[in-house]
Design a protein around this ligand. Structure first.
Ligand code: GLA
Length: 676
């Protein structure tokens, strides 16, 4: 068995033994020892069974070069273990101590303007710095050697939210190595980047720089490769510390916390380097669509892990402190957010952080145990969640099956949003969220997959915006369509190759046959109306905006055409058997009509028989034998269900309909209905 397989099994064993993990970041080094005993007592009271220790403890462990202050860590690990609380022990490499940057300025990152960042905050390290990496290795190795066999330690956590970008000289050298590996020789790179444009030809790799400040636009292929390199460099930092922990004899699972659709790390390449996927999620309580947005992120996390359960490693229990204006979460909202993650495949619900910091930059960031102490709604909410999670242990390890894939690729996102394109108003993430919302409103989960991944398992495949599309991905879409899947493709897709060079021919070149249509250009558009074909779409008028292609059908039927203006009569939405194409950014009603048409054609429906679109704000998702119903809206919702289901959270049995009050959650168990 590979060490990764056995480490994953160790995670599953922990969950089986303890139930769903519940806890958060715990920073005892920021508090006097007296507080630790109170912490542990209150953790037990709240049902906390898992904490991440030491994320920012480098300067405490190594206050001066070479020092190793372990006594405090020995003591707290023992205390946590005596109290049955499992520890996710962090290699504390995210925030190096101030002395390191002073003694070795080369560890400090340089921004694109050439400014070297200094200590006094956190994250001041360059992932390319060999000096930083040597010091990070040393402390991680010593930590792992000391604690690999400690019974409290059930997981390892490397760094924190890897995302540092460096433009300094060492980064330039590393970037060149990376480019050499990718392109082989300089002429191949010149061709891939088309450096004949604007006289950018390089005679040797040594002439190439990271994209620092330039007088005008940077070569988009250079920029794309730098983003790829930066993600790979961060991953290398993670992987060498993971290997150091393993080499010290640790058998526990090792992970690092992801950040959803984070712009500086391509998690498709990271996913199989961690033993368990873990993610930090901070939906904004001020955003009315945050429930579907975070559901999409949760579907991504599940998909990254190949469908296996994942960990919600950080979230906030009330307000964060880093937005311009920070709305709190009510305890009910915080509970719903946690249960939503469980519904969508999480086996661990953790917070940043256990005890609110009494000073420091995050003094106003909420925590499970707030400044106000235990006599607070926040702490009572913490305890309630601990109790709720115990009731849900039956879902641990269960999967969230789906027949729908939504394609997403970091490279495509990066390249598709380089400046100097037809419109800056087209946002990959916005389109992804809009498309996903049609699924979410129907209670249909999606696997978020890379276009080059196998697509055979899916009956509906959504491609909101695949700017870069490989010939292999185009072929697998065509294969899926031939096998009976419905494929829906959005505008400005299949535009470029892997080097961000525009494919030559009528677009989308590689998908032209599949969609039975083609276009000659992409252009920003003024808002305009659509004329819908009889029988297609909603009764309300529909519109198009942002970007339009001058589509010509070549066998496809026209479901909607532009109406009025320069584009009058030009097809905007087409269908060619199982392939649907949108040649413009269309309004919500038209988009929803396309997606629901594809779902219906594939006979894919939501988890509640007879209900297509769920009541406003209601989320429905089935995990294992449990139907979760979460009301994110402001009105009561009611849906038909099988009579006699058992609500794991309330202990009630259902009649043939179930009501869900605003903010409330039901977890209806089919398996248990027979037993109770
Ligand atoms: C991130 C970090 C934490 C903390 C929180 C605050 O997730 O990992 O250390 O700063 O943000 O929201």
């Amino acid at each position: 068995m590979s060490s990764q397989t056995s480490a994953r099994r160790a995670f599953d064993a922990l969950i089986t033994e303890r139930g769903l993990a519940f806890g958060g970041d715990y920073n005892p080094e920021q508090w006097p020892r007296e507080v630790w005993h109170e912490d542990v007592r209150l953790m037990r009271e709240a049902g906390v069974n898992f904490v991440t220790v030491g994320v920012f403890s480098w300067a405490t462990i190594e206050p001066r070069e070479g020092a190793r202050e372990w006594a405090w860590l020995d003591e707290i690990l023992d205390l946590l273990h005596e109290n049955g609380i499992a520890v996710d022990l962090a290699a504390p490499v995210a925030s190096p101590p101030p002395w390191l940057g002073l003694q070795h300025p080369d560890v400090l990152p340089v921004d694109r303007d050439g400014v070297r960042l200094v200590a006094g905050s956190r994250n001041q390290f360059s992932p390319a710095s060999s000096t930083y990496r040597a010091y990070a290795q040393a402390i991680t190795r010593d930590l792992a050697e000391r604690y690999a066999q400690h019974p409290a330690v059930r997981m390892w956590h490397v760094g924190n939210e890897y995302g540092q970008i460096d433009h300094g000289d060492e980064a330039a050298r590393e970037f060149r190595f990376w480019l050499r590996r990718r392109h082989g020789d300089i002429e191949t790179l010149n061709a891939a980047w088309n450096t004949a444009f604007w006289s950018q030809r390089y005679d040797s790799f040594d002439e190439i720089l990271p994209p620092r400040r330039t007088p005008y636009l940077i070569n988009p292929a250079q920029s794309l490769d730098f983003r790829r390199y930066s993600s790979d460099q961060l991953l290398a930092c993670y992987a060498e510390l993971r290997d150091a922990i393993r080499a010290a004899g640790a058998a526990q699972p090792i992970t690092t916390n992801f950040m959803g659709f984070f712009a500086h790390a391509d998690y498709h390449s990271w996913a199989d380097q961690v033993d368990v996927i873990s993610d930090d999620q901070y939906p904004d309580p001020a955003d009315p669509q945050s429930a579907s947005g975070i559901a999409l992120v949760q579907d991504l996390m599940r998909s990254l892990g190949g469908g296996r359960s994942w960990m919600l490693m950080e979230q906030s229990i009330s307000a964060v402190s880093w937005r311009e204006h920070n709305l709190p979460k009510s305890p009910q909202r915080a509970r719903r957010d946690s249960l939503q993650a469980v519904a969508r495949g999480a086996d661990a619900i953790c917070y940043f952080q256990w005890r609110q910091a009494r000073s420091g930059a995050e003094r106003f960031h909420s925590a499970m145990l707030p400044h106000a102490g235990t006599d607070s709604d926040v702490f009572r909410g913490t305890c309630r969640q601990g109790a709720d999670l115990k009731l849900l242990s039956a879902v641990a390890g269960a999967r969230v099956p789906t027949d729908v894939a939504i394609l997403f690729d970091w490279s495509s996102w990066w390249a598709g949003e380089e400046p100097a394109r037809p419109t800056e108003r087209l946002s990959t993430m916005q389109q992804l969220n809009r498309w996903y919302r049609s699924l979410w409103r129907r209670g249909i989960a999606a696997d978020v997959v890379h276009p080059d991944a196998g697509l055979d398992a899916y009956r509906v495949i959504l491609v909101p915006h695949a700017y870069i599309l490989s010939p292999e991905a185009a072929a697998s879409l065509a294969g899926a369509a031939a096998g009976g899947a419905q494929i829906v493709i959005g505008p400005f897709s299949g535009v470029a190759d892997e080097h961000a060079a525009i494919l030559q021919g009528r677009s989308p070149v590689l998908l032209r046959e599949l969609i039975g249509a083609s276009a000659e250009e992409w252009a920003g558009m003024r808002p305009g109306m659509l004329r819908l074909a009889d029988g297609f779409g909603p009764a309300e008028p529909q519109s198009a905006d942002v970007l339009a292609e001058r589509l010509r059908t070549e066998g496809a039927e026209v479901l909607a055409a532009h109406s009025g203006g320069d584009l009058d009569g030009i097809p905007a939405i087409t269908r060619n058997g199982g392939a649907w194409y949108l040649g413009a950014v269309v309004s919500d009603g038209a988009l929803d009509a396309v997606i629901s048409g594809a779902l219906a054609a594939a006979s894919v429906s939501g988890p509640i028989a007879g209900v297509d679109v769920l009541p406003e704000g209601l989320e429905a998702v089935r995990r294992g034998g449990v139907l979760f119903l979460l009301n994110h809206g402001e009105s009561p919702a009611e849906v038909p269900v099988t009579a006699g289901l058992f609500d794991l959270l309330t202990g009630e049995k259902t009649a043939d309909t179930v009501g869900i009050a605003p903010g409330e959650v039901r977890a209806l168990s089919e398996a248990l209905s027979e037993r109770h």
